[in-house]
Design a protein around this ligand. Structure first.
Ligand code: NAD
Length: 319
């Protein structure tokens, strides 16, 4: 794993360690030990593979075309003469083809788009650039299956499959809030309970980062493609300028600085029905107001609360 300096490598190492520890504790991954797994990664400021054979190099640096191009130009130079190396970009919104203009072996170049949080998300979009060979696509499919993920194939088109649908969807959700049609909390609840989505559009925006969403919108607008259904949002731009980027800054649509308390109480209660701060109705005496307030959301009556895990109402005493 390569990064720009020791500080960034240490940040990355700590983040990976934390994630592996958590998954190990939950028995979500089968590994001998956390230390052994972490020690198997070579953290370096250079691209130093253990072997030059059957190499797959995944570029995942910030979403800046010039930076990505420079990296591929350097990698191309470093691995000149290696006729098995495959280069991929993890870009979410840029053109795979445009990023890879400096890659020599165009037939061994494409995209692998992972989803956040990568250890938990099964999907990987495999992007076939116009020049990517079938052999490379097959090798990428095999790699994706080997790491226990599910690959879907897509052409090099803006947003690929998932974001092509998600970005306009999130944009429309924001416009609903801007028009005052509904609150963001209610939209999240509606999409979870009415459309069966595991999280609402605002929870999702907070997870992926409002700056990332804004960036995608700007880059799509710059493409001048009438089939790309996006608009700028003043509200999102304001939130980004205030540093309300979502989970990573502690605040976005929701406030995560109170997360620990909410989690603990949520667990105790077993219900996940967040009560908006704007709710003026009386709070039930025995129920935590963050997670289950049946008076705020009239989805359950008679003092019952909604368990979003099962989608069923149950008595408060069963929480
Ligand atoms: N965040 C997501 O949810 C997500 C999901 C899928 C794909 N992606 C894509 O992954 C890429 C990275 O996104 P991110 O959110 O992880 O960004 P990030 O800013 O969190 O991380 C980028 C990392 O790249 C490092 N870096 C910068 N320049 C470098 C260089 N020259 N060489 C080596 N490392 C360098 C940075 O130090 C940083 O650790 C982007 O292309 C993004 O579109 C992000």
């Amino acid at each position: 794993m390569r990064n720009v300096n020791e500080k960034q490598l240490e940040i990355a190492r700590k983040a990976i360690q934390k994630s592996v520890e958590k998954l190990h504790q939950k028995k979500a991954i089968q590994i001998e030990s956390v230390d052994k797994t972490i020690n198997s990664i070579n953290f370096s400021t250079k691209t130093e593979p253990k072997s030059d054979e059957n190499l797959l190099i995944v570029e995942a640096v910030p979403e800046l075309l010039d930076v990505k191009r420079k990296i591929f130009a350097a990698l191309n130079e470093q691995f000149k003469g290696n006729d098995s190396v495959i280069f991929v970009t993890n870009t979410s919104s840029l053109s795979v083809q445009e990023i890879g203009v400096k890659v020599g072996p165009q037939e061994r170049y494409g995209g692998l788009h992972f989803f956040n949080p990568v250890p938990l998300m099964k999907l990987v979009e495999i992007i076939k650039n116009v020049t990517t060979s079938q052999q490379t696509v097959d090798a990428l499919k095999e790699f994706v299956a080997d790491i226990g993920k599910v690959g879907v194939l897509c052409k090099d088109t803006p947003g690929f499959i998932v974001n092509r649908l998600l970005i306009p969807y999130s944009g429309e959700a924001v416009r609903m809030v801007e028009r005052g049609d509904a609150t963001f909390e209610d939209i999240d609840i509606a999409m979870k309970l009415g459309a069966g989505y595991p999280m609402g559009p605002f929870e999702l925006m907070d997870m992926t980062g409002l700056d990332t969403g804004k960036f995608v919108v700007e880059s799509w607008l710059a493409m001048n493609d009438p089939t790309l259904n996006v608009q700028r949002s003043e509200l999102v731009n304001k939130m980004v300028s205030e540093g309300k980027l979502g989970r990573k800054t502690g605040k976005g649509w929701y406030d995560y600085t109170k997360k620990k308390m909410r989690r603990k109480e949520g667990k105790q209660c077993g219900c996940q029905n967040p009560c908006p701060a704007t709710c003026k109705r009386p709070k039930p005496p025995t129920c935590n107001s963050f997670w289950c307030n049946p008076n705020c959301y009239l989805v359950c009556s008679g003092g019952q609360v909604l368990d979003t895990k099962t989608g069923k109402c149950k008595p408060l005493s069963e929480c």
